[in-house]
Design a protein around this ligand. Sequence first.
Ligand code: SF4
Ligand code: SF4
Length: 163
Amino acid sequence: MKNEFKRRDFISTCFKAGAACCAVAYCPVIAAQDPAKKQDVKIDPKDFEYCGYKCPADCPLKKGTLENNLELKKKAYADFKFKEKYGIDFDAEKVFCYGCKVKEGTPLSLPVKSCTVRTCVIDKGYECCIQCDGLAKCDKELWTNFPKFKETVIEMQKKYKAV
Ligand code: SF4
Ligand code: SF4
């Protein structure tokens, strides 16, 4: 299928791109949660993060935060390129994430805080980019860095709008 999301392609693109917003950068999981592959699944924007991703349970940054696990946080610090992207040395207090779509008052991680897609979706009053008519032409860094992911989200949007 032309637009089917390919896990291997996405992993490869992620690490080649070397820059992304959050767990999307960690990406090995997104294919498994790709609802665009399932013909009969009803797409609900509330079920996804703002970009259309779904933070995985085994994300080392989120897991390390919730379990207060230093080793996982160190792994996430390296995998998510905190030094390169945010210029900080490892500090367990700064290397954390509770997720992207969180309750008001929950601290936002550095990757989530810096995400331009998240800010844009919130400003527009949407739950997810699949509700936005400008998605196909949107040139936010997330989409230009991860074109395969964008294709997947566009497929999700088609299914969402078809209902
Ligand atoms: S909207 Fe941004 S911070 Fe949230 S999951 Fe997507 S890429 Fe990550
Ligand atoms: S313009 Fe639309 S597609 Fe682009 S980030 Fe904002 S809500 Fe998402």
